[in-house]
Ligand binder design. Structure first.
Ligand code: TRP
Length: 363
């Protein structure tokens, strides 16, 4: 069986370094590993609209921002198909058929839907149907491209589980047609969910605690300088705490021992530096200096690539348009198989027409 990767993001804001360590970095590695037959990365604009119904301009603006972030991070259109969800109408078609396979109560039990409903303050039956059913549409996104591997954050686990259920149900009823995908989670705990620069659980635009891939070197340094560390670490000589210390969480996510050795004079590994910090005698400023150096080393090439692509925006749209064409061809192939399996392929089935004429001639 072919090994196919599919993943995507809602284009509701520029991508930040949480996206980078949580998914983007891994996608680029997977892309360059040569282990996969196909890679699809897409912008879930239709999904973004399910909770930005009255704000289409926001989604439209961010489609190009996210495309630039993808390309800047190293996704290569020669190896990865970059496309936009709304441009593949077959996704609506498949979602529609999937809706027959999922009950309302199953959707209500989806933990991600549950928390999102609470977060957005929808009460009971006031939830828009499109929003409520987005796990179904997400299952269509995944299965349409026969994805075997879906690299996403842990928050997407319930979506993948629901997708696998839909696939099993579909194949059970209509015969082996669709592929059950596997989730691929980020490798280390710090990358699972990078906290905001203020130490809050998550980076989020509304909290203003993000470091964006498109931030300038100065902006990044400024954000690191004011970053949350350990409120009990008042004097350099005080023992410091690593737990919940954002600087060290970021170092865990970004710094290699080689970088620690190169940028500091006293430590060969990050662990040695952590030991000094917890013993006491190591100030936050030194730790932040290291983090700045490490972040700049990662972000500078991304910034440069972004600047290159920004010079020719029509070319970026052209990359997306071509990606949509490739994705659409794959979608049409799957839909042919789905229609055949569901027995709604009336006109391309000469056996059916013959069978029916025989049946009626006998009468
Ligand atoms: N729900 C995902 C997010 O919010 C985006 C998404 C939509 C997705 N369809 C997908 C991710 C299919 C992986 C596979 O980030």
């Amino acid at each position: 069986m072919k090994k196919i990767i599919l993943t995507g993001d809602r284009p509701t804001g520029k991508l930040h370094i949480g996206h980078y360590v949580g998914s983007l970095r891994r996608r680029v590695e997977l892309q360059n590993s040569g282990l996969y037959d196909k890679i699809f990365v897409f912008e879930a604009d239709a999904q973004a609209l399910t909770d930005n119904i009255e704000n289409p301009e926001k989604v439209r603006q961010n489609v190009i921002e996210v495309a630039l972030d993808y390309l800047a991070a190293g996704l290569d259109p020669a190896k990865t198909t970059l496309f936009i969800q709304s441009q593949i109408p077959e996704l609506c078609e498949l979602s529609f058929y999937f809706m027959d396979l999922v009950s309302v109560s199953r959707l209500q039990r989806n933990p991600t839907v549950k928390t999102e409903i609470q977060m957005r303050g929808f009460s009971g039956e006031s939830i828009p149907v499109g929003f409520f059913t987005y796990p179904i549409s997400q299952a269509a996104d995944i299965t349409m491209f026969k994805a075997t591997t879906v690299p996403v954050g842990e928050d997407q686990e319930p979506m993948l589980e629901q997708c696998r259920e839909i696939v099993r149900r579909f194949n059970n009823i209509y015969g082996e047609t669709l592929v059950e995908p596997n989730i691929l989670l980020p490798e280390n705990a710090a990358c699972l969910r990078l906290p905001g620069t203020d130490g809050k659980a998550k980076m989020s635009k509304s909290l203003g605690n993000c470091i964006y891939l498109s931030d300038s070197a100065d902006e990044v340094n400024k954000k690191v300088k004011t970053m949350y560390t350990d409120p009990l670490h008042l004097q350099v000589s005080d023992p410091g705490h690593l737990e919940g210390n954002t600087v060290f969480t970021y170092l865990d996510a970004f710094a290699t021992d080689e970088q620690v050795a190169r940028y500091t004079t006293d430590y060969a590994t990050l662990q040695e530096m952590k030991d000094h910090y917890t013993r006491g005698g190591l100030g936050d400023v030194k730790c932040k200096k290291l983090l700045m150096a490490v972040l700049q080393e990662t972000l500078e090439p991304i910034r440069q690539r972004r600047a290159e692509y920004e010079k020719d925006i029509p070319a970026v749209y052209e990359i997306l348009r071509k990606g949509c064409e490739v994705a659409r061809a794959a979608a049409c192939e799957t839909m042919d198989q789905v229609r055949r399996a569901m027995k709604i392929n009336y006109f391309d089935d000469s056996a059916l027409i013959q069978e029916q004429s025989l049946r009626f001639q006998k009468q």
